[in-house]
Ligand binder design. Structure first.
Ligand code: 2HA
Ligand code: ZN
Length: 273
């Protein structure tokens, strides 16, 4: 099968374009990765032209031998749909999970996303907890970023505020949201901090930068990012109207919701204000 005819490749490109259309990917902002299923690898293998092995910059032994579809470093999400061969790549990891090689894409040169260490370490954490997780998505979500300038940078405050702004939020991300303080992007330190949060959450906020989301497929992961960012947008609007809320979803309301929707909401997010 031609590489670009594969459903997983089409799904990846559609998600990248959806993110662009949301306004989350100015210039080369953001990155996306997908851990490819064995049968999907087989279906496009005839197109592979492996390049040389290169170090990942961290070690992800649990992902040894896995293949990933990734956006390219310095590439624009905006261009993914019109020139996928230039904008993205499929990579293979070696038998130690320490090196990668490009097997398809980035035809005009370039490297996988600058956030490859964060992506792969998040994939590894999620894979160990639930091998159904396949997507890691980083976006420069405007309203979440705005909130990192005015809310305390704690998991408790971000989770509770996002839950309060849209009734579906506690059902969509019942485990909550983690927050990473400002750190230099692209390196191993921010990758370690983010993957530590991914042990507990599917969403991590990067202060003054954006968000990371993890999920089983493109729809779930994009939907998670979209839901959290929409909730942040509502909070930004509310805070722009007045500094306090006249009424909100109460702790008892959350408990009623949790019971009827069969979700467990950790007590530490249900504090009295
Ligand atoms: O430019 O978003 O965090 C890609 C990024 C780096
Ligand atoms: Zn970024």
């Amino acid at each position: 099968m031609k590489f670009l005819d594969a459903e997983f490749v089409k799904g990846f490109i559609r998600m990248a374009n959806d993110g662009w259309e949301q306004g989350w990917h100015e210039r080369n902002g953001g990155n996306l990765s997908y851990r490819v299923k064995k049968e999907e690898v087989e279906s496009v293998k005839e197109n592979f032209k492996p390049l040389e092995w290169k170090p990942i910059g961290t070690s992800v032994p649990a992902l040894a031998g896995e293949y990933f579809l990734v956006t390219g470093s310095g590439k624009f999400f905006r261009n993914t749909i019109i020139d996928p061969e230039d904008s993205m790549a499929m990579i293979e990891l070696d038998e130690k999970g320490e090196n990668y090689r490009i097997v398809w894409g980035l035809v005009n040169g370039g490297r996988p996303t600058s956030e490859l260490p964060s992506h792969l370490m998040n994939h590894e954490v999620k894979f160990k907890i639930n091998p159904k997780y396949r997507v890691i998505y980083h976006a420069h979500t405007t309203n979440i970023i705005a909130l990192t300038f005015v809310l305390p940078l704690t998991d408790e405050v971000f989770t509770r505020e996002l839950w309060e702004m849209a009734t579906e939020c506690p059902v969509v991300f019942p485990d909550g949201v983690g927050v990473v303080p400002w750190m230099v992007p692209g390196g191993r330190d921010i990758a370690v901090a983010t993957s530590e949060l991914m042990k507990k959450y599917d969403l991590a906020v990067w202060a003054h930068h954006g968000m990371f989301a993890a999920g089983e497929d493109f729809d779930i992961t994009f939907g998670l990012m979209h839901t959290a960012e929409k909730s942040a947008e509502i909070l930004v609007k509310v805070l722009s109207m007045r500094p306090d809320k006249l009424q909100t979803i109460t702790v008892q309301n959350f408990k009623d919701l949790a019971r009827d929707f069969n979700v467990t909401l950790p007590e530490r997010f249900l504090y009295e204000k």
